[in-house]
Design a protein around this ligand. Structure first.
Ligand code: SF4
Length: 330
């Protein structure tokens, strides 16, 4: 019988999707103690992983991955996926961070829900090998869903993990995972590809614009990228206009001390955030854009309130027409 001291402890990367949840179940079935670890950044949250960890009833460790992923956006060693997603480098960096935590916790190995050949670029054999090697933790990394198709790790060789009870899944077919989910009683899991904004075309367009203008310099600019419509007024200046109440609240909350907050007077409409460095003609431009998305009449001048930490004032503008806003929309 296995004693407590002999039990294996695994730290398993949880994305919030089905595969990483199944990896936990497969390991637990052979008596391995599993904790989860998830990552957060302006591009993805740990929300889905928190839900999965709660439903599996395992402790979850959350790591801030912002600086790593922002750093990887500038010429990642293994390139990008279909958008601005540097998946191979990102996986390696996540395994590295998780490996450090594993050592701090005194755990034996890392696990992931990766499936061989499930994604053409980031989960083929070569990519899995690169991730294992470059993370620095290849000898302590097990992919329980495809392990029997991959090289045996030291832990399996030593018998701490029973290789015969790991799986041999491969490819894009989801049926085996669905069946396993039923076996383990897993429900309400999100789609496997969801969750990372670096794979979303519109978001990446705005991100690329930020990068091209040398503004990829902090969490705030990236967080704002997730909200509202973005209009480039010149090489150094953007106006952001909320799309809904939530965006409006974020833009108000995200304003720095002297930034300008624009609102149309007397009509429901969005909040517009403009840096305090805007020239007066740019303030008028932003006010016209803000008015275009409000409920005000579009055929006459209307008043826009401009608030900053210094003062509140009003200017009168004619709402911008669609052609004009489309030209500036990123
Ligand atoms: S999809 Fe996003 S979070 Fe996932 S590996 Fe790729 S870059 Fe990283």
């Amino acid at each position: 019988m296995t004693t407590l001291a002999e039990r294996a402890y695994a730290l398993s990367l949880l994305s919030g999707g089905l595969d990483s949840a199944l990896a936990v179940c497969v390991l637990r079935e052979q008596g391995i103690v599993v904790h989860g670890v998830c990552f957060e950044s302006p591009f993805f949250s740990g929300e889905a992983a928190r839900r999965v960890a709660a439903s599996l009833d395992i402790p979850l460790h959350t790591l801030d991955f912002s600086s790593e992923i922002i750093g990887l956006l500038d010429k990642p060693r293994h390139g990008f996926g279909s958008r601005m997603n540097p998946c191979i480098d990102c996986h390696a960096a996540m395994i590295r961070r998780a490996g450090q935590l594993m050592e701090e916790l005194g755990f034996h190995f890392l696990a992931t829900g990766e499936v061989l050949d499930q994604r053409p670029m980031s989960q083929n054999r070569r990519s899995l090998d690169i991730v294992a090697k470059e993370s620095g933790y290849g000898d302590r990394l097990i992919r329980p869903l495809s392990a029997r198709l991959l090289q045996e790790t030291r832990l399996e060789h030593e018998g701490r993990v029973d290789r015969t009870r790991l799986l041999a899944l491969r490819g894009r077919v989801r049926k085996p995972q669905m069946r396993l989910a039923e076996t383990y009683g897993l429900r309400d899991y999100p789609s496997p590809a969801g969750g990372c904004r670096l794979t979303e075309p519109n978001f990446c367009k705005r991100l690329k614009d930020l990068q091209d203008h040398g503004e990829l310099n902090g969490k705030r600019s990236l967080e704002l990228l997730c909200h509202g419509r973005h209009f480039r007024l010149d090489d150094r200046l953007k106006a952001i206009v909320g799309r809904n109440e939530h965006d409006n609240a974020v833009l108000e909350g995200g304003a720095e001390l002297y930034d300008l907050i624009l609102k149309v007077e007397g009509f429901p409409g969005p909040t517009c955030l403009l840096p305090f460095t805007a020239r007066e003609d740019q303030v008028a431009e932003a006010a016209a854009i803000c008015a275009r998305y409000s409920d005000c009449p579009k055929d006459r001048d209307i008043e826009v309130r401009i608030r900053s930490a210094r003062d509140v004032r009003k200017i009168s503008v004619r709402p911008a027409d669609r052609d004009r806003t489309d030209r500036m929309l990123i």
